[in-house]
Every structure is written in structure tokens, then in C-alpha cells.
Design a protein around this ligand. Sequence first.
Ligand SMILES: [Zn+2]
Length: 184
Amino acid sequence: MRVYFRNAKDNKHICLEEFRFAARFMYLLLVSEREHDKTTLHVNFSSLKRTLHGAAISIGDEKYPKKFAIVINHKLKRKGQLLTLAHELVHCKQYSRSQLRHVFDRKIKDYRLQFETKVYNEERVSYWDLPWEVEAHGREYGLYHRYEHFRKQYGLFPQRKTPTLRKRRGPSGQLRHGRGKSRG
Ligand SMILES: [Zn+2]
């Protein structure tokens, strides 16, 4: 899988090398090696509202698309970003098999999402009942967990322990927190 990044310099929580590796690892748990090799993924790190973790779309209008763009909220910490990556990759898998696709509805003159054989009205069905979300939420943790297990087993991308909130003196002599939300 080819993986391209946008706005990567804004991401302070995970290094790109690891993100690319994790994307490939997790996608191989979802699709065949052949399918994986044909896939291109564009990752856009973006500043979204806290409640919005990410999004996925397919590029082009083939029945079985192989190019995808995902958005990852770079405000999320490493674990949150990896869980979001796993979630969005499940949607990529759904698009690539045409399980999930956009269909034009002439009545409303707009697109709706179809999953398997059924077209859904997202205004009438709760997000949590949409079958493509049920699958993505159901699989995200397992994909993340297996990635973490593999990474630790082979000592890849060692993580520093999360620093405990300790205070140190900044250049101006004022107390500053070692890490955290407050910057400057
Ligand atoms: Zn989703």
C-alpha cells in the first residue's frame, strides 16, 4: 500500500514512519496481500473538533475503488490516532469491496450511502446503528491491539513513557509544565 501524507508537520503525537507502518500492518489484517498492494492511501492530518476523530472517502468512481483519502484529527494523542486509523481503514475495506458505496437518489437529487443491498437515510438512523459504523467500531480496537502487540514483540518504534506532570523553570523564570496543553 502506498501511503502519502498531507499536513504531516502539524502532527506532534506520532511519527510518520510509524503511522505508515501501522496503516500497512492493519490494512493487511483487513484485505488480501494482492488487494493491499494495489491500494493507495492519502492521509490528511487536520485539526478537527475534539468529537470528530476522522473520516474516509474513496477516490474515483470505480465499483471497487483502490484509492482512498482519510482525515485524522491530529489533536488526538498517539493511541487515539491509531484507533482512528484502524476505524477509517475498515471503511476503506468496505468501499474497496463495494459493501459501502454512494448511490444517487433521484428523489432527493443527492447521494445516499448504501451498505450491502440497503440504502440508508442517515438522518433517520442513529450513527451507532449504521452497519458500516458498527463494523468499524467493532474492529478498530482489535486492529490497534494486534498492531501494538506486534510492535512490542519486535521492539519497533519504542515509546517513551508518558511524562508525569512535572514542573520546570522556563527561560523567563516562570514555572512551566513539562508538557501539556499550555504552550507559551
Ligand atoms: Zn466511521
